[in-house]
Design a protein around this ligand. Structure first.
Ligand code: SAM
Length: 263
């Protein structure tokens, strides 16, 4: 029998609560390095987003806040949103420990709403976010609703071509894939859970954003992942993990930069 989206969200929330606890202690996320001053952001997004000083930045699906707090260190006034209460508690703990004044909100992306007059200069989301969302049209509406006119949207995401090569659908299907799996950190066997993911081709992401009034300024594709989180990756340059298919590089990441248009 088919489940309602809400039942899949409940399943995924349990899985992400488990993952957040395990990820927090992992070498992969390296919280100690972050507390010592290292940024968790990758060169891809740092170069594209540029100066965020004094900008109001909304981070959707912020996990336990390392990237949100890293943007705060870059000078942004940040709000992070995630539906995992464990992740949000850890994020708040890190905000307190670092003294970075950052707001974290526990909410499903689809239910997130601020006061109508509260808008952001930047909406950001990254790496492993969209596959947890069944409906990109509604997601893009949430993005647009929180952006100031002229404000920037930026996302960097794993490329759906990789999912195809890993045995998943490229195109969206009515029902999500549900797998029982551990997680991608080195201690991931401690976080086995059932998780539902939805496939989204690049065109669906772009069209959802355009439909919500985000003018797209740049789409980029990268032949490497900044994270060593998939099987078969080779670190050819420091921090750049490549996958070869038939002797050619697989696109591992794409990014989209857009701006909210006046309507
Ligand atoms: C891979 S992580 C975020 C990626 C981020 N780059 C990181 O590694 O810190 C995906 C996050 O999405 C969150 N998430 C999944 N579905 C969500 C939903 N419907 N609403 C809000 N958060 C969601 C999970 O709790 C998790 O923290």
């Amino acid at each position: 029998m088919q489940k309602e989206a809400g039942q899949y969200f409940d399943m995924n929330r349990v899985g992400w609560d488990r993952r957040a606890a395990v990820h927090f202690g992992s070498k992969f996320y390296d919280v100690d390095a972050f507390l010592d001053g290292a940024t968790s952001l990758c060169g891809i997004e740092l170069a594209a987003v540029g100066d965020v000083s004094d900008q109001r930045l909304l981070h959707l699906q912020c996990h336990f806040g390392l990237d949100t707090l890293s943007w705060a260190r870059e000078g942004a006034i940040c709000t992070g949103v995630d539906f995992s209460s464990v992740a949000i508690e850890k994020a708040q703990e890190l905000a307190a420990r670092t003294g970075l004044p950052t707001r974290f909100v526990c909410s499903n992306v689809y239910d997130f709403a601020t006061a109508p007059e509260e808008k952001f200069d930047v909406v950001f989301t990254s790496y492993g976010a969209l596959c947890w969302l069944p409906d990109l049209v509604r997601w893009a509406e949430v993005v647009a609703a929180h952006l100031e006119v002229g404000g920037r949207f930026y996302m960097a995401e794993f490329h759906p071509i990789y999912d195809l090569l890993a045995g998943y659908s490229y195109f969206t299907r009515a029902e999500p894939d549900v797998d029982e799996e551990g997680t991608y950190t080195e201690n991931g066997a401690d976080a086995v859970a059932h998780l539902a993911t939805w496939a989204h081709p690049l065109s669906s992401v772009i069209n959802a954003l355009l439909g919500a009034g985000i003018q797209i300024e740049q789409v980029s594709e990268f032949p490497f992942s900044p994270y060593d989180c998939f099987e078969g990756l080779v670190e050819r340059e420091p921090g750049r993990f490549y996958l070869s298919h038939g002797g050619n590089d697989v696109p591992m990441v794409y990014s989209i930069l857009g701006r909210k248009a006046e309507r």
